[in-house]
Design a protein around this ligand. Structure first.
Ligand SMILES: *Cc1c(COP(=O)(O)O)cnc(C)c1O
Length: 374
């Protein structure tokens, strides 16, 4: 049986160190804001190359806290790609702001810069909502096109919030994901590139003022101490246990997991490029391979391929089946995002993780090969 993301295998490799780290926390009994939390924040900030890392309870809170720190709310427009996980747009509605859905680039599945600028102009022309923030998503592990997106944010005086929930470890021109936003966020949900054993997240920024507000919001809007509340915040701390587990997993992530995932991706691409559109990683970029997502031709039955894979014990997933703007929660907003619609119909994600071995890849590609030749 091939796992979509093999967390059991990873645990078996790291078990001794993880078990010890967990036991140490239990013996210390500092379950909230124990020493590993601070140590992890320092290591993550170092890895990314930014001044501040503030850990928090999950990747969704991380996004919401950033919007809260900037006081985004009713009347504000926030731009978000139409092709992403729900949370990227959910947080906008949660703050009472107005999500504007932007179409994607067909090669990378990331936000299209021209589509973004058109959406900003249309929002300004309509005159109902004030453009404030762009949430760029580094989808499937690859950074969005910041060379194009950052100048657009500057031109229209918009804040950039980088949602790197799927891309911790990815990079562009030697800069790591979580570096690009005015504030950047990630998730440590178990199946993300760097995952913990429950929920977890982190927020990154070089801006001292934002960092101070974010730290305060994370703990009930605290001021000088826990019982001094200067603003309305959240309870969104990362558990000490999760931080201790992440410290062990971060070492493996840096030492070999990123290389192993990239090598698995290369093997897939070699084997599959003649049948399907394999992922495009732009020159100068690297992916942390949250997903290995292929695009099928219009003559290929996706459900047929999925059931053939399943019959051989191979899981595959569709990220994402529906454009965000069509989610019922957004109440039938209108958006013109043909690339997103196309991707939703044709995309398929294959098993991907650092412990995927060559023989598994051969089995998976063998089934796909067979499906295409029959
Ligand atoms: C997973 C994910 C999130 C949310 O992270 P959680 O830790 O599950 O709250 C946000 N954005 C994207 C793009 C994600 O993939």
């Amino acid at each position: 049986m091939i796992e979509f993301r093999d967390l059991k295998k990873q645990y078996s490799v790291l078990q001794r160190d993880i078990d010890k780290a967990v036991l140490d926390v239990m013996q210390s009994s500092r379950f909230i804001m124990g020493a590993p939390v601070c140590e992890l924040e320092e290591k993550l900030a170092d890895y990314v190359g930014v001044k501040h890392c503030i850990s928090c309870a999950n990747g969704t809170d991380a996004l919401e806290i950033a919007l809260m720190a900037w006081d985004i709310g009713p009347g504000d427009a926030v731009f978000v790609p139409d092709f992403s996980f729900f949370a990227s747009a959910e947080v906008i509605a949660l703050r009472g702001a107005h999500p504007v859905f932007v179409d994607i680039d067909m090669d990378t599945f990331n936000m299209g810069p021209i589509a973004l600028e058109n959406a900003i102009k249309a929002t300004i022309d309509a005159g109902i909502y004030t453009p404030r923030v762009v949430i760029s998503v580094d989808l499937f592990g690859q950074p969005a096109d910041y060379k194009a997106i950052k100048p657009i944010c500057e031109k229209y005086n918009l804040l950039l919030l980088e949602d790197a929930a799927q891309a911790f470890g990815g990079s562009a021109d030697e800069k790591k994901c979580c570096f690009f936003g005015d504030v950047s966020t990630t998730s440590f949900f178990p199946s993300k590139p760097l995952g913990c054993y429950g929920d977890g997240g982190a927020i990154f920024t070089n801006n001292d003022e934002y960092a101070e507000i974010i730290r305060s919001i994370r703990v009930h809007g605290q001021g000088n101490n826990k019982y001094d509340n200067v603003r309305v915040g959240l309870n969104s701390r990362l558990d000490t246990l999760q931080a201790a587990i992440l410290l062990v997993k971060l070492r493996a992530f840096v030492d070999y997991e990123m290389d192993a995932a990239n090598s698995a991706a290369l093997q897939y691409t070699e084997r599959l490029r003649s049948f399907v559109k394999t992922p495009t990683i732009k020159y100068g970029n690297s992916s942390s391979w949250a997903q290995y997502s292929i695009l099928l031709g219009s003559n290929v039955r996706r459900d047929g391929l999925m059931s053939q894979l399943r019959a051989t014990g191979i899981p595959s997933m569709i990220f994402y089946e529906s454009p965000l703007h069509r989610q019922k929660a957004f109440g039938g907003v209108i958006a013109n995002c043909p690339n997103t619609e196309f991707a939703c119909e044709r995309v398929l994600s294959l098993p991907m993780h650092p412990y995927l071995c060559e023989s598994d890849i051969n089995i998976i590609c063998g089934v796909i090969d067979e499906y295409f030749s029959s």
